[in-house]
Design a binder for this molecule. Structure first.
Ligand code: DOR
Length: 463
C-alpha cells in the first residue's frame, strides 16, 4: 500500500491514448509517480483530493516522448549546450526521457565517464536519462561491462579520433564479442575521405550532401547488416537517411535489427540549403525530396521502427552565422561567412520541435497521432527495453505529455530553450505543442513555466 504521504496527481478530462491505439475521454489518477487508474469520472470515484489537479479540457494525453539519439554536450562542450538547457528543451518539447551519445569531452568510453554523466544528470536533468557507451578500437572490456547503458554506439564514419571505428576487422571483433545492442552511425569513412578531396575548395553548403552521398550511407549500412547477420547481433541503425537503405531493409531486415529516422530527414531536403545554408549541414546529410518520400513510406510500413532527433546543437558562430541575433535568413545572408563544409560542424537541434512537427504531419493526414506516439515513445521503449515507459496504462511510470491539437503556434527563436538558440524550423507554424509535460508524476512544464525542482532519474534497460 502507498502511504497517504505519496504525492497524487489527477489529470481531469483528457483525450487519453490507450495501448490499443484508441482514444478515451478519461481522467488519469497518478500516485507515487505511477499511473494508477484511467477512466471516466475517476475524480468522482476516488474519495480523495489529489495534491495536484490538471484540467486537460479535452486536450490529448500521450506517453512522454523518448528521444533515443541526442548530443547534449556535457561534459566538455558546454558552450553549445548543457544538461540543464538541453533537458529544459526536452521538457518544453514533451520529451520525458533521452538517450545521449558518447562524443563528449572526455568521451564516454568507460565506466568512470559513464558514472560522471549519470551523476551530472541526476543533479541537473529535468527529465529521465540514459547514456550510450562509445566503442573505440581498444575498449572491448568496457563495452561488455559498463552499466547502465542502452547499448554500444559505433561511429563507422563522420567522426574523428578514438570514436571512429571504420576498419572491418575491428568492427567484426566488436560485433562478435558480447550480446548487447549495437547502434551504428553508418557512413563509409573511406568514401567520404576520397570525395572530400574530389570536391575540395567548394564552399556551397549543398556540396555536403554530394560529398557524403547516399552511396556512403548505403555501403556502411550494408556492412553493419552483414556483421549483424554473421553473429545474429542485435543491431540498431541510427538516423537512416536514404531511399537505398530503406529499400535494403525492406528486402532484408532480420528480426533483431531496428532502424530510426529523424524528423529532419523526413521533412527537409537539399532544396532547403538555399534558405538555411550551413544550418542544414548534418551527418548523415539531408537528402532529396525523393528520399523524404521513401523514408515516410518505410516508416509507415514498419521498415523503420521509430524516430530520434539526433539533437546536435552548434553555435551560430560555429556554423558561420556571424550575427547571433539574425532572425530572417534574408537578413542573415549579409553576415554569413561561407566555409567549406569540412570546416563547419555538422548537426542541428531538435528535441524542442520534434513532437509538434510530427503531430502537425498527423493532423495534415500523413500519418495518425497514434502512429506518431508509437514512433516517438512506445516503440522506442520496446526496442531498448526501457522499463516502465512508453505506455499509458496502470503500473507504468507517469511520464506524460498533454498536447494541444486545436491551436497553431510558430517555432520562434526567442522561445527556444536550447543553448544554441536556433532551429532549422524557425517560422514553421505547428500544432500539437505540449501544454503540460509530466516526469514520474511531477509537472515539469506547464504552459511556458518550468518547475525548477523536478529532476529525472536514470533509465533502466532490460534488453
Ligand atoms: O550531424 C551530426 N552531428 N551527426 C553526428 O553524428 C554527430 C553530431 C554532433 O555531435 O554534432
Amino acid at each position: 500500500m502507498l502511504s497517504s504521504a505519496t504525492p497524487t496527481l489527477l489529470i481531469r478530462n483528457a483525450r487519453v491514448l490507450l495501448p490499443d491505439g484508441q482514444f478515451q475521454s478519461a481522467d488519469v489518477w497518478i500516485e507515487g509517480g505511477l499511473i494508477s487508474q484511467i477512466g471516466p469520472d475517476i475524480a468522482l470515484e476516488i474519495d480523495r483530493v489529489a495534491d495536484t489537479v490538471i484540467e486537460a479540457n479535452n486536450m490529448t494525453l500521450l506517453p512522454g516522448v523518448i528521444d533515443p539519439q541526442v548530443h547534449f554536450r556535457e561534459p566538455g562542450l558546454e558552450h553549445k549546450e548543457d544538461l540543464t538547457t538541453a533537458s529544459r528543451a526536452c521538457a518544453r518539447g514533451g520529451v520525458t526521457s533521452f538517450l545521449e551519445m558518447p562524443n563528449t569531452k572526455p568521451l564516454t568510453i568507460n565506466q568512470e565517464a559513464l558514472n560522471d554523466k549519470l551523476t551530472r544528470a541526476a543533479q541537473k536533468s529535468y527529465v529521465n536519462f540514459g547514456f550510450f557507451i562509445g566503442a573505440t578500437a581498444e575498449n572491448s572490456p568496457d563495452l561488455q561491462t559498463a552499466t547502465p547503458t542502452p547499448g554500444i554506439k559505433i561511429f563507422m564514419g563522420s567522426m574523428h579520433g578514438d570514436l571512429l571505428v571504420d576498419q572491418e576487422a575491428t568492427l567484426d571483433r566488436i560485433f562478435s564479442t558480447g550480446t548487447r545492442l549495437i547502434a551504428v552511425h553508418a557512413e563509409d569513412q573511406a568514401r567520404i575521405a576520397e570525395r572530400r578531396i574530389e570536391f575540395a575548395g567548394i564552399t556551397d553548403p549543398a556540396i555536403h550532401s554530394v560529398i557524403q552521398d547516399n552511396q556512403a550511407a548505403l555501403n556502411a549500412t550494408q556492412l553493419a547488416l552483414k556483421l549483424s547477420k554473421k553473429y545474429q547481433r542485435r543491431l540498431h541503425i541510427l538516423h537512416l537517411s536514404t531511399a537505398e537503405e530503406a529499400d535494403l531493409l525492406r528486402q532484408d531486415k532480420p528480426a533483431w535489427v531496428t532502424a530510426e529516422v529523424t524528423p529532419q530527414h523526413l521533412l527537409l531536403n537539399t532544396s532547403f540549403y538555399e534558405k538555411l545554408g550551413s544550418l542544414l549541414q548534418m551527418n548523415p546529410p539531408i537528402r532529396s525530396a525523393h528520399d523524404n518520400e521513401v523514408l515516410w513510406q518505410a516508416l509507415r510500413d514498419g521498415v523503420i521502427d521509430f524516430i530520434a532527433t539526433d539533437h546536435a546543437p552548434h553555435t551560430l558562430a560555429e556554423k558561420g552565422r556571424a550575427n547571433p541575433t539574425d532572425q530572417a535568413d534574408e537578413e542573415a545572408s549579409s553576415t554569413t561567412v561561407f566555409l567549406e563544409p569540412a570546416k563547419v560542424p555538422s548537426g542541428m537541434p531538435g528535441v524542442e520541435t520534434s513532437l509538434p512537427l510530427m503531430l502537425t504531419q498527423a493532423v495534415n493526414g500523413r500519418c495518425t497521432v497514434a502512429q506518431v506516439s508509437n514512433w516517438m515513445s512506445t516503440a522506442v521503449a520496446k526496442a531498448y527495453g526501457i522499463v516502465g515507459k512508453g505506455t499509458i496504462a496502470p503500473g507504468y511510470d507517469a511520464d506524460l505529455v498533454l498536447v494541444d491539437l486545436d491551436t497553431y503556434h510558430p517555432v520562434l527563436r526567442e522561445e527556444l530553450q536550447t543553448k544554441c538558440g536556433w532551429s532549422p524550423f524557425e517560422g514553421w507554424n505547428l500544432t500539437g505543442w505540449p501544454a503540460v509535460t509530466i516526469v514520474d508524476g511531477q509537472v515539469v512544464y506547464d504552459r511556458g513555466q518550468f518547475n525548477q525542482d523536478v529532476r529525472g532519474r536514470a533509465l533502466t534497460f532490460n534488453a
